[in-house]
Design a protein around this ligand. Structure first.
Ligand code: PEP
Ligand code: MG
Length: 759
């Protein structure tokens, strides 16, 4: 069963469009289950009815003709019940309906299972038999498993089809994801695809077939000589058969039948990389389907060979590409490092199929003020290279081929945003305090040099979190101690005499350095943050030495340790910091010992807050990770994004506990997670007594504006009410109402007139 499931899913995954996907499903399921009929019904978005879309065994003319409302007929009953219906004699069931067009009277037993995607019934998969017999448990389980596996593929193919059908007429098409960085971007899509993944090559055409052919031949010959070199180097270590394998690979890359097939597709105006990927994947599939295990194993070699040539093709394509004005980067899984690829003045927006608002790329996008939508799972991202689109980072929507009316509405929102920003400009010089004089420190989170100017313009009083991993992410090797000193000096100097809190390297989780790969099955619970640098004292020592050297004469440095989960890690890190400090004194540097603090972002640190607070100069809560670990919700996974909630009562209780414990030992407590930059969240934190709120520069004026509108005594009352609430939704509603009553609801986002779309 497993083998058959896997092979159907594999075949379906490589289909080009929705009709092929459905045809493969009905053909393969009918064969594998030995049934007379297999059919798929899909929901029609407009009418909400379920329409017969593919069948093997029913009259093919009935495709597109049979429509059932939810609750109507057996198929409609599968929809409303959201579970399988398994009948020995279908026509005896009260809900049975007869459709003459299908020729169905010849079939008696019926098994239908819903195809459910994101809690909605996308369609129904049905098998039927002529004789009267109930499908057995194994058959039912097989169909349910298959439907669950195929739901995502069908949803994706549906979305791709919608786009392809209306693409020619350039109709507006809307896709939804998660609002990850506020703002509106109107621009042109530029796809970022992983360089060596055959299955992720964007569908793209090129008119210049000669250039594509030349590109292809260059890539082939580069890959050939690479393989020849490797074969030559390993010559003495290989036996005769293994050497023959190398020769076989080289001959596959000669102007063999594969190359001929690829050239044919290029002549039909596919780009070289797309043509190559299509042909190679077909070969991989053919090998995978072979019954001889030796040949099946060769599938991996063919895939490898394909990836090698693809790498060359993409390198050359990339070097030829220019970024248009208002580039909107789109990819299956964008990471922080891609942000460096586009000149800042050309980067308008970001869209990622995977990831969520708490992924680091989204956090950096917010800091840069670049609108972003993450988790746009239905977007056929390979198909949209070069198209015009609007990214709505407030609602988490994108509109492909926006028409003039839609653009006009979005232009109005952009203008409204500018107006709001202008109205907040005057706040930069005003103190961050409540109307009744309660003063709070409002600092910023930084990572790029570009953040500095924006932060100072907006009146930042210090840096609460400088993410040192950002300059590490943007390189292809570890920066040297001297390179780091220069980067850190720029930050410290730009903000001096204001304090700058530099966090030691926090990699792992979703922050991977290309040159220091960490492969783990559970990366957010794995080798992350301080765990990595304690295991690599040479990296840690080099970094803190660079920070301290950079602070000579400025003395505004604070050092902060990420992911501390207990006293032991803190003590070990402190010993290294002391060592670095003493070394530098011995080397003749005149440096003040920087305050040392920790991030509280692991639940164990909440429960040990008092013990930790006694040992440090300051603490800062990382509410992004703390929320993830308290609620057991991967911050990077769009599937569970709706249950990631920093207003969760458990998170608020933890936040209160940390600040209370810190203050008991007179330790200053701040927060540098995204919650601090959310006007409603920030007001609660002020009421809890947080001394420092550190946020991205974009949000600083909004939070300051909210703070200056309220009295601390009112906030205390608000906090007491909120702490009695039992769900994040209730708390969110309460805070929204509170801001609206104060007349500052618009700070959360500009008042948008609903921008409508045809889809
Ligand atoms: C946090 O976890 O809240 C935090 C500020 O750190 P990062 O988002 O970089 O993990
Ligand atoms: Mg963190």
């Amino acid at each position: 069963m497993l083998g058959s499931l896997r092979s159907i899913v594999q075949e379906v995954n490589t289909a080009r469009d929705l009709p092929s996907v459905l045809n493969i499903i009905v053909r393969r399921v009918r064969e594998d289950m030995h049934t007379k009929v297999c059919s798929v019904y899909l929901r029609d978005k407009q009418s909400g009815n379920y329409v017969l879309m593919a069948t093997e065994g029913l009259n093919p003319d009935a495709v597109g003709q049979v429509h059932l409302a939810p609750g109507e007929g057996l198929v409609g009953n599968v929809v409303t019940r959201e579970e399988p219906i398994n009948l020995e004699q279908a026509e005896a069931h009260p809900a049975y309906q007869y459709f003459p067009a299908t020729g169905e009277e010849r079939f008696s037993s019926f098994l239908g299972t819903p195809i459910i995607h994101h809690r909605a019934v996308l369609g129904v998969l049905v098998v039927q038999q002529a004789e009267r017999r109930r499908f057995d448990e194994g058959e039912e389980a097989y169909l349910v498993t298959l439907a669950a596996q195929l739901a995502g593929v069908i949803a994706h193919a549906e979305a791709t089809g919608a786009l392809a059908n209306i693409g020619q007429q350039r109709n507006e098409t809307k896709f939804t994801g998660l609002a990850a960085s506020p703002g509106i971007a109107i621009g042109r899509a530029h796809i970022i695809a992983p360089p060596a993944n055959l299955a992720a090559v964007p569908y793209a055409c090129s008119m210049d077939t000669e250039a594509e052919l030349a590109l292809f031949h260059q890539a082939l010959s580069a890959a050939r000589s690479e393989i020849r070199d490797v074969g030559e180097r390993l010559k003495n270590d290989l036996n005769k058969e293994e050497r023959a394998l190398f020769d076989a690979y080289i001959s596959m890359l000669d102007d063999s039948s594969i190359a001929v097939e690829v050239c044919e597709r290029i002549r039909q105006q596919l780009t070289a990389s797309r043509a190559w990927a299509e042909v190679m994947l077909e070969h991989v599939r053919r090998f995978e389907a072979m019954s001889d295990s030796y040949f099946r194993d060769r599938a991996a070699d063919v895939r490898d060979l394909g990836a090698r040539v693809l790498m060359h093709l993409r390198q050359q394509e990339q070097s030829r590409r220019d970024y248009p004005e208002n580039t909107i980067l789109i990819g299956e899984e964008l990471t922080a490092s891609v942000l460096a690829e586009v000149p800042r003045e050309k980067l308008a927006g970001l869209v990622s199929v995977k990831g969520s608002a708490n992924s680091h790329v989204a956090i950096i996008a917010r800091a840069m003020g670049v609108p972003a939508v993450m988790g746009a799972q239905e977007l056929p991202w390979e198909q949209v290279d070069g198209v015009d689109l609007v990214v709505d980072g407030y609602r988490g929507e994108l509109h492909i081929h926006p028409g003039p009316e839609l653009k006009r509405r979005y232009d109005a929102i952009v203008e409204e945003e500018r107006e709001l920003a202008r109205n907040l400009d005057h706040l930069a010089k005003l103190p961050a305090e409540t109307a009744d004089g309660h003063r709070v420190r409002m600092w910023v989170n930084t990572g790029l040099m570009a953040d500095v100017v924006r932060s100072l313009e907006r009146g930042a009083e210090g840096v609460g979190l400088y993410r040192t991993e950002v300059p590490f992410l943007l390189r292809d090797r570890f920066p040297s101690e001297e390179e780091q000193r220069e980067i850190y000096r720029e930050q410290l100097q730009a903000f001096a005499p204001r304090p700058v809190t530099m966090r030691t390297l926090d990699i792992g989780g979703d922050k991977a350095l290309t040159y220091f790969p960490i492969e783990e099955t559970n990366p957010f619970l794995g080798w992350r943050g301080i765990r990595v640098t304690l295991d690599h004292p040479e990296i840690f020592l080099g970094q803190v030495r660079a920070m301290m050297k950079a602070s000579v004469g400025l003395d505004n440095l604070r050092i902060m340790l990420p992911m501390i989960s207990g006293v032991g890690e803190l003590e070990a890190a402190r010993r290294l910091v002391d060592r670095a400090y003493n070394e530098l004194l011995e080397e003749g540097y005149q440096i003040e010992r920087p305050p040392l603090g920790i991030m509280v972002e692991v639940p164990s640190a909440v429960y040990q807050a008092r013990e930790l607070a006694k040992r440090v100069d300051f603490m800062s809560v990382g509410s992004n990770d703390l929320t993830q670990y308290l609620l057991a919700v991967d911050r990077n996974n769009s599937r569970v994004a709706s249950i990631y909630h920093s207003y969760h009562p458990a998170v608020l209780q933890a936040l209160l506990q940390v600040v209370t414990a810190g203050h008991e030992t007179s330790t200053k407590v701040g927060i540098c997670g995204e919650l601090a930059g959310d006007p409603g969240g920030a007001l609660l934190l002020v009421a809890m007594g947080y001394d420092v709120l550190s946020m991205n520069a974009t949000n600083l004026p909004r939070v300051k504006a909210a703070l200056r509108e309220v009295n601390k005594s009112d906030l205390d009352r608000l906090l007491q009410q909120v702490l009695l609430m039992e769900s994040p939704e209730q708390i969110e509603e309460k805070l929204r109402g509170y801001l609206e009553d104060l007349g500052i609801g618009g700070l959360v986002q500009p008042k948008q007139t609903e921008p409508s779309s045809n889809s």
